[in-house]
Write a protein that binds this ligand. Structure first.
Ligand code: HEC
Ligand code: HEC
Ligand code: HEC
Ligand code: HEC
Length: 412
């Protein structure tokens, strides 16, 4: 294959309004021809002739239409079915090769493409790439789910049951109730789980958090971590200066001024009464922790009171937690490869716009679990929460799909 023919120009067409809003974009050069055996089927599918497409339609009638229809748009009752209409030709071709090799697991596709020749794959890919893409899902049908997935509002809602004791934003005004604002999410989550399991003994807290799910707990912890830090609005009798000297022994774990940077909880701004109760618990063994055993044993009641007063008057800081990205911000990172609003111009990178939400969710989870293999995608989805997957899937399913026409770059 001539080098000059290996570069493509992609023209994005506004769906339905052919010719209007013509936009040129250069697709990534298909230098290796794309496929491992060097046949360059992905490139041939992108540059198919009208006759190839007509022959591809016959393959589709015989081998694909029973499931995908000739339209390539899935019926809503077929939950597992993706839209393939208007999908990028190189990608369609390459995925069928993946199915032929069993690379996407055991799916209805494996048998459907098993005995098709390379030529048939090229042509049927060209056919589906050239039919009108699906209309995006109406925002109204996905909105509620996307909203539910916003972790910060979900955390606020779930924390409403805690506000009566811990304060609206985790800033307590009742002596004996710990401040939760300023606590690192990892510590807060660990503490709640310890109440649940009974490892940290407190019957009331155990009952209160017994119905909180892990997902809710993550959101609650995030919510408190992102509130403006403030000292507990409770009295703190005791000698702060004496407390300050005694606190030298604690700074290694709890940080300067009680702002921890490690696994020990921050103490800055903590309610003094709760602080005293906690120290008594470590002392008499009702609260068990290896790290705190010796420090608690080393201080008497008066020293504890002074330490409590000192820490209660230190300024708490926000834990190092970044505000989660909005779905639009996340999608900008995806659009680098998948094109603006999921309209890829690279013939081998799948378009995501107007793809079905259920399908997008399912394949993203498959990448995360390693069931579907792609180095780029497992890196991209590493550490992405399930809530974000739902939001991203909802976002792309409601983007307008635009079809693409590929042309070889004219040689000079
Ligand atoms: C027996 C039903 C059936 C037949 C026949 C069938 N498919 Fe599929 N196809 C599916 C299902 C189900 C999936 C989703 C599988 C998965 O999750 O990997 C799928 C997935 C695909 C995908 C992956 C879409 C993506 O975005 O990654 C492509 C491409 C595809 N089919 C093309 C075709 C073509 C072309 C034909 C005809 C040669 C065909 N299929 C025949 C059921 C079928
Ligand atoms: C009825 C009052 C009350 C309610 C409601 C309540 N808590 Fe508590 N919470 C307490 C008390 C009292 C403690 C101290 C228990 C102890 O001594 O271990 C505590 C302790 C905690 C701690 C440990 C703090 C630390 O510094 O180790 C966390 C975390 C916590 N609560 C989270 C929650 C969450 C999340 C909710 C809502 C789902 C909630 N609490 C609801 C009273 C309450
Ligand atoms: C070796 C590290 C280490 C040292 C030193 C240390 N702590 Fe701690 N401290 C911890 C850890 C870890 C926890 C969390 C234990 C738990 O989950 O019960 C903790 C918990 C606490 C708590 C409970 C906080 C809460 O939110 O429930 C108080 C109060 C406390 N420490 C005070 C002190 C004081 C006062 C000193 C110095 C006299 C001190 N600590 C020294 C590691 C340390
Ligand atoms: C570095 C380039 C790159 C980035 C960035 C990227 N992707 Fe992908 N994505 C790919 C490639 C290549 C494939 C095809 C992989 C395969 O063969 O399975 C793909 C496949 C997918 C698929 C499967 C499409 C289908 O029809 O089956 C989805 C869904 C997807 N990506 C979503 C995302 C999301 C969401 C993001 C952002 C969080 C993202 N991608 C970021 C390169 C990328």
């Amino acid at each position: 294959m001539k080098r000059s023919a290996q570069f493509l120009v992609a023209a994005i067409l506004a769906a339905g309004v052919l010719g209007a809003g013509l936009m040129l974009a250069r697709a990534a050069p298909a230098t290796a021809g794309g496929s491992s055996d060097g046949t360059g089927g992905d490139l041939r599918a992108a540059l198919a002739t009208p006759q190839d497409i007509a022959e591809g339609k016959r393959v589709a009638e015989a081998s694909c239409a029973s499931c995908h229809g000739l339209s390539g748009i899935a019926k809503s009752k077929d939950k597992d079915m993706p839209n393939i209409a208007g999908q990028r030709p190189g990608y369609l071709y390459l995925e069928m090769r993946v199915y032929q090799n069993g690379g996407r697991g055991n799916t209805p596709m494996n048998n459907a493409v098993k005995f098709l020749s390379d030529d048939a794959l090229v042509k049927v890919a060209a056919y589906y790439a050239n039919v009108e893409p699906a209309q995006p899902t109406a925002a109204s049908s996905v909105k509620s789910e996307a909203k539910k997935a916003d972790p910060l509002s979900a955390g606020k809602a779930a924390a409403s049951g805690c506000a009566g004791c811990h304060g609206e934003t985790g800033n307590t005004s009742a002596a004996g109730m710990p401040n939760l604002v300023g606590l690192d999410p990892k510590y807060l989550i660990g503490a709640v789980k310890a109440y649940k399991s009974g490892q940290r003994k407190h019957d009331m807290m155990k009952t209160l958090v017994s119905a909180v799910t892990d997902a809710e707990l993550d959101n609650i912890a995030l919510f408190y971590a992102l509130q403006k830090p403030a000292k507990a609005k409770t009295p703190s009798p005791g000698n702060q200066a004496a407390g300050k000297s005694a606190a030298v022994a604690c700074a290694g774990c709890h940080g300067e001024g009680g702002v921890s940077t490690g696994t020990a909880p921050s103490l800055a701004g903590q309610d003094a009464q709760y602080f005293i109760d906690a120290m008594k618990g470590y002392k008499d063994g009702t609260r068990k922790d290896d790290a705190m055993k010796a420090p608690a044993a080393s201080v008497d009641e008066a020293a504890i009171k002074n330490l409590a007063a000192y820490y209660a008057n230190q300024a708490p800081q926000s834990p190092k937690v970044r505000k989660p990205l909005t779905v639009e911000e996340m999608a900008q990172r995806c659009d680098r490869c998948h094109g603006v609003a999921g309209n890829s111009t690279d013939p081998r990178a799948p378009a995501l716009a107007a793809q079905r939400q259920e399908y997008l969710e399912r394949v993203m989870r498959a990448y995360q679990k390693g069931e579907r293999k792609s180095t780029a995608m497992s890196a991209m989805l590493d550490g992405v929460s399930d809530g974000d997957i739902v939001s991203l899937a909802a976002y792309y399913s409601r983007q307008k799909a635009r079809s693409v026409v590929y042309m070889p770059l004219p040689t000079r």
